[in-house]
Design a binder for this molecule. Sequence first.
Ligand SMILES: [Cu+2]
Length: 177
Amino acid sequence: MNRIKKHLVFIAPALLLLAFSSGCIGGAPPTPGTTLSAPPTTAPSEQVGGSGTTLPEVSTTTLPAPETTLAGLATTLPALPTTVASALREIRLTAKQFSYEPSTIRVHVGDKVRITASSLDVPHGFAINEYGIDQQLEAGKDTVIEFTADKAGTFTFYCNVPCGSGHRSMKGALIVE
Ligand SMILES: [Cu+2]
């Protein structure tokens, strides 16, 4: 009997080790992680792509409309210069033996004309018969001559102060058009 007990003491743990080792290896878990990754991706991505293609068509159709309104504004702008043309025209004029600078003055009908004139040497004059202008120009001093150009045509301005041998040829032209 003592021999059997001694064998059981050795055999029992050996059987227990076999039982645990086989059970643990058989129940060991390699599989469950692979099955979880597959399902979520397929269906919703196709619907997002379909809605993205419809958006750019809306923006291109709305853009061409503002160009037609800009063209309408451009046609109203050219009317303005005709009213500005009747504004004040300021002209600087110098007289010397025996000419004027400038010798031709161009203005528009209806302009208010302001000529600031001076002599560079001896006393001269500035006269336009048709506009009733008869001014004397002292040397080195500004004389302001103002009038409204209400008569169209070409008018001679001339020196009305005897100033030397070329006095009678000292002339210029006022052109009102
Ligand atoms: Cu003169």
